[in-house]
Design a protein. Structure first.
Ligand SMILES: NC(=O)c1ccc[n+]([C@@H]2O[C@H](COP(=O)([O-])OP(=O)(O)OC[C@H]3O[C@@H](n4cnc5c(N)ncnc54)[C@H](O)[C@@H]3O)[C@@H](O)[C@H]2O)c1
Length: 320
């Protein structure tokens, strides 16, 4: 089996590619535009790590570029697409909305189009928990109303709607994944946890605690997410279009997470507290009943264990 993973130099794409290379016989073709949204060095280091596997190949390709995509599909016999390429970052969506329209909406269409042309039967794609907006109905359920608050979340809602339409129009099954704050080794430097660790070990880096730390997030450990996606790759169950929350169903206040990290690092960086940022939602907490009943029982790593591994990785990678 040959799997195309888009966004393979990104946090989730990289970890998933590594997991599948380790645990299955699948060949992985990774593509990524290697954009400048955060450290290019980190993205290149991830690709370097994946290149240790013979079954992995990489091409710096933008999913919007149909001509370049076509070249790949002509040469490789791809069976399945996992779309993890996107412009992420809720706050950045206020600064550069066009990046979200181009990469997330147009980019997704371009993949669907090529998948149809080359007879690809399944597309697994990333959505987001931010799609629920400021909903107060917890735990958040896949079938409840979604009210995106910004163009990032809207791009994910549009992706889900595109998947719904094309699952009926084409012979392609779609699986949408609403990720809830995924964290772990090789994590994203623009997200809370890596920012907090960076500030813990470098006094020159200020840490801004949004909403005075009153945010609650359903933190989900990266390896749990990879195991779930792998089961969705290999399932024989018939799917037209399904959407799943990918979450641990274990929400935690940021102030509590900070205490846990301080205990592990034995550091206590200064907190620059500030008000709620415009694009942010205050709380995420999803139910994971649907994914559990679909793939069979799935355990979730405790935040304490996940944090321990994350801190160790951080110290190792950044040579602390
Ligand atoms: N990490 C999370 O907690 C989280 C939560 C909700 C949703 N998601 C979604 O999961 C997916 C993966 O997220 P991530 O955390 O790995 O983000 P990431 O930014 O680390 O990875 C995305 C990768 O896609 C690449 N990319 C962007 N536009 C591209 C394009 N047009 N063509 C090719 N490559 C392109 C980037 O260079 C980057 O390496 C994204 O769709 C994101 O919105 C992530």
């Amino acid at each position: 089996m040959q799997i195309l993973i888009t966004g393979a130099a990104g946090f989730i794409g990289f970890n998933l590619a590594k997991y599948l290379l380790r645990t299955s016989n699948a060949k992985i073709i990774g593509i990524d535009s290697l954009n400048n949204y955060y450290s290019k060095k980190l993205k290149k280091d991830r690709i370097k790590e994946l290149s240790k596997f013979k079954k992995f190949s990489f091409s710096q390709t933008n999913i919007i570029n149909k001509r370049k995509l076509e070249k790949i599909f002509k040469i490789k016999k791809i069976n399945l697409i996992i779309n993890l390429a996107a412009q992420a970052g809720v706050r950045y969506s206020l600064e550069k909305p066009s990046e979200f329209v181009d990469n997330n909406i147009q980019g997704f269409y371009s993949l669907i189009d090529i998948a149809n042309k080359y007879n690809i039967k399944k597309i697994i794609y990333a959505s987001s928990s931010s799609i629920y907006g400021d909903s107060k109905k917890f735990p958040l359920k896949e079938n409840q109303n979604v009210i995106p608050k910004n163009i990032y979340s809207l791009s994910k809602k549009i992706n889900e709607e595109m998947a719904e339409v094309f699952s009926r129009q084409y012979d392609i099954s779609f699986v949408g994944l609403r990720f809830f704050t995924v964290y772990g080794e090789w994590g994203r430097p623009d997200m809370f946890m890596m920012k907090y660790l960076a500030s813990s070990y470098d006094k020159k880096i200020n840490f801004y605690l949004n909403n005075y730390g009153k945010h609650t997030r359903d933190f989900t450990y990266i390896l749990d997410a990879c195991k779930i996606i792998s089961k969705l790759v290999f399932t024989k169950k018939k799917i037209n279009h399904e959407i799943f929350n990918i979450c641990s169903n274990n929400p935690k206040k940021l102030t509590d997470v900070i205490k846990k990290i301080n205990f592990l690092t034995q550091k206590k960086p200064k907190l620059f507290k500030r008000k709620l940022q415009q694009a942010d939602v205050v709380k995420t907490h999803g139910t994971n009943k649907k994914i559990k009943s679909f793939i069979g029982n799935q355990s979730f790593t405790s935040l304490d264990d996940g944090l321990k591994i994350t801190v160790e990785w951080f110290k190792h990678y950044y040579k602390i």
